[in-house]
Every structure is written in C-alpha cells, then in structure tokens.
Design a protein around this ligand. Structure first.
Ligand code: GDD
Ligand code: MN
Length: 375
C-alpha cells in the first residue's frame, strides 16, 4: 500500500514530493456558491507555479466545506480546514497561513471580489526579492474605480485607510485590504502577537512588525459581489477602532479592555437618558436613579456580549446566568469605586481626583472580574 502510494505520488523519484512555492489562504463563511469557481480561477491564474490552496471555513451552514473537500479529494493541492465553534476572519486567515510551509503565503477572499489574475505578478515581486509584502490595493492612483463598494462603504473604507496610515507611519494606500501576499517567515515571526478578532489582518500584520516591511502595492479593481453577502458589519468597524487604539498605545492596553471601556462610557450616556426618562415618567429621583443604573448595566452587558466578547457570545440560559454574574460583579465594582474614592478624598480633599480614581478602580475591577468570571 505504502509502495503504491509512493509510486503514484508526483514529484521526485524517491517518492517525496516537492514543497509548494506558494500557499493561498482563502477564508470562507457561506461561500458555497463562489468557492469552486474561485479555486478554479486561482489554479488557472497560477498555472505552472507550485501552488496550494488552503480554504479555512468556519463551519459554514451552507456547506462550503463539503464543496471544498470534494475538490480536495481529487486534487491534493487543495485543502480544507474546517473550524468548528469559532468565527472570525482574522483568526481564520492566521490559522490557514500557519498551516503553510511554503516560502510565500497569499490571502484572497473566497467571494470572487478580488482579482486573482494579479496573483502571479504578486508572487513575482516577492520571488524577485523586491518586497516582503505585496498588497493588492483598491486605491493606487487617485480615482481608482472601486466597483464593489457602495458610496457609504467607499467613504468608510477611505476613512479606515486614512486612520490606518496615521497609525502605521508607513505610506500605504490600502492598509485594510484583504488581498495580499507575504514572505512566510515575516508572518510566522509576529503570529503570536496578532489579534484573532475582526477583519483587519493586514493592518495588524504590518503594525505588529518590529522591523519595517518592504511593501509594494499593486492596483486592482475590487469587483462587485455576485453570490452571497458581506459579513463586514458595524461590529467589525468597532473592532478596527479598538485595534487602532491598541496600536496607538503601543499595545499596552488590550483591545478588549479598550472596548470594555468604550462600552462603559456608552453606559454613562444610557444611564443619563434612562434616568431622565424615568423622571419624566413621574418616578422619584432615587428610584429613577436605581432604574436608570439597571438599564445602563443591562445595556453594557448586552453590548459587551455582542461586541467585546463576540467570539464567546452567550445566548439562552448562559446569557441570563452571565447577566446575573455581571450585575453582581459590577455592584461590587460600584462599592469598591465609592470606597476607594472616599479613601482618596480623605487624603486629598478635592472631589474630582478622588472621583476619577474611584471610577478607574471600579472600571478596572469590572473589566478584570467579568473577563474572568463571565466570559
Ligand atoms: N473563515 C471565515 N470566518 N471567513 C470569513 C468570516 C469568518 O468569520 N467572515 C468573512 N469571511 C470570509 C468571506 O467568506 C469572504 O471570503 C472573505 O472572508 C471576505 O468577507 P466579506 O464579508 O466578503 O468582506 P467584504 O467584501 O465586505 O470586505 C472586504 O473588504 C474589506 C475592506 O473594505 C474584505 O476583503 C476585507 O478583508 C477587507 O478588509
Ligand atoms: Mn467580499
């Protein structure tokens, strides 16, 4: 049996096959209608090169993984990594890339929006040693057409790019592109530092380097999506802002803590609005204040569950149980806040520094304790 396998295997005479020159990672979620076409087109574009494709599918309910595995059963260059009970574009891309042993790793969307005919050129640039990273950019040249984005997304995308450039200190027209190719060792080096939440793998990859990457950008036209829908939503935008802040603070504050803090700040606004509402409704102040706090705590919990801890999102009974724990822990946080503020106030009888220290202490407690006990 072993002998047979050896005889059948392509490659050198001793049965060992040669390694791949390029691994193409394709993250997919519900791309059943696109993925076969994509694999075929990538194969055609890279004809003659020693390529492999690693599709990383997050257990798409539409059966994307089955489609890929059916292809993989006939073509050893195609692999499918099916991840269960996990979601996230960034994490999928990183895991797929880490499965590669090729000198170069490319990343391309599975929905046919990226122009796969650019792949050979990207590989050439890397192989020639002209760059460590090649980014396929939607914005090289001023009025580059971006067919696949509506005007609102186009503006948002431009803004995201502008922010990204600000943080990266590196000139790059499309630092949030999902289409790029990199020298594998540069990815491996920073892999442990990359965040698995959100959409912005490329940005993170660049920002996490300790030595600057030599980057070449190549233009392409971002196509319209034909089948299926985009998975980018408002939460991804928040994730991205969190990542930017994280990089701005030199990675000091974890993205989750920042998001938790932002959610807490939104809670203040919610509380004020709710108290006002209850007062208008005729409740006495103390009762209105209590009810308003409960509303704020509830909205904080739900938003954190949806945004900050999206990858561990609770639903059903665990959601309720988590809510009770969250309320209990935040009440302790409130008590600690008041206690610490009073202590500080005795040492330094000015209200605002005492109040700030108390609030900071309460917030820190809330974050650390709920991170450990709720999510
Ligand atoms: N495995 C996995 N898990 N794949 C995912 C997930 C996920 O949670 N979410 C999305 N994908 C896959 C999609 O199936 C698709 O192949 C690719 O990632 C891009 O997702 P889209 O939902 O089509 O993103 P988009 O077209 O709106 O956004 C594109 O442009 C952004 C910049 O504006 C992408 O190229 C992004 O990477 C890019 O940042
Ligand atoms: Mn897309």
């Amino acid at each position: 049996m072993l002998e047979r396998a050896r005889v059948d295997a392509p490659g050198s005479a001793d049965g060992a096959t040669h390694g791949y020159a390029l691994s193409i990672v394709v993250p997919t979620f519900n791309e059943q209608a696109n993925v076969a076409t994509l694999i075929e087109r990538v194969g055609k574009a890279l004809e003659g090169a020693a390529w492999q494709i690693i599709v990383v599918d997050d257990d798409s309910p539409d059966g994307t993984a089955e489609v890929v595995k059916a292809i993989a059963a006939k073509d050893t260059r195609v692999q499918c990594l099916r991840r269960v009970r996990r979601r996230g574009l960034a994490g999928a891309v990183i895991e797929g890339a880490l499965a590669s042993a090729a000198p170069f790793v490319g990343v391309i969307d599975g929905d046919l929006q990226h122009d796969e005919t650019l792949l050979p050129r990207m590989l050439e640039v890397l192989q020639a040693g002209e760059a460590d990273l090649v980014v396929a950019s939607r914005y090289v040249g001023d009025n580059a057409p971006v067919e696949g984005l509506n005007p609102v997304r186009r503006l948002g995308s431009r803004f995201a790019n502008w922010l990204g450039r600000l943080v990266l200190h590196q000139h790059l027209s499309d630092p949030v592109s999902g289409f790029f190719m990199i020298r594998r060792e540069r990815l491996e080096a920073v892999a442990p530092r990359l965040t698995t939440v959100g959409f912005k793998v490329l940005f993170d990859l660049i920002a996490s380097q300790t030595e600057p990457l030599r980057i070449v950008e190549l233009p392409y036209v971002f196509r319209k999506r034909v089948a299926g829908g985009s998975k980018l939503d408002r939460r991804m935008v928040i994730d991205y802002l969190g990542l930017l802040l994280n990089k701005l603070t030199g990675g000091l504050i974890p993205t989750r803590a920042l998001m938790f803090g932002l959610v807490g700040a939104s809670g203040v606004a919610v509380q004020l609005a709710a108290v006002k509402g209850f007062l208008v409704f005729g409740l006495g102040f103390s009762l209105a204040q209590f009810a308003g706090s409960m509303v704020a705590m509830t909205s904080n919990y739900l938003i954190n569950n949806e945004v900050t801890y999206r990858d561990r999102r609770k639903s059903g009974w665990p959601l309720l149980l988590g809510y009770l724990k969250f309320c209990a822990l935040c009440s302790i946080g409130l008590a600690a806040n008041v206690a610490v503020a009073s202590e500080v106030h005795q040492l330094l009888p000015i209200w605002w520094p005492a109040s700030i220290v108390g609030a900071a202490f309460g917030a820190l407690w809330n974050y650390v304790s709920t991170a450990a006990a709720v999510w």
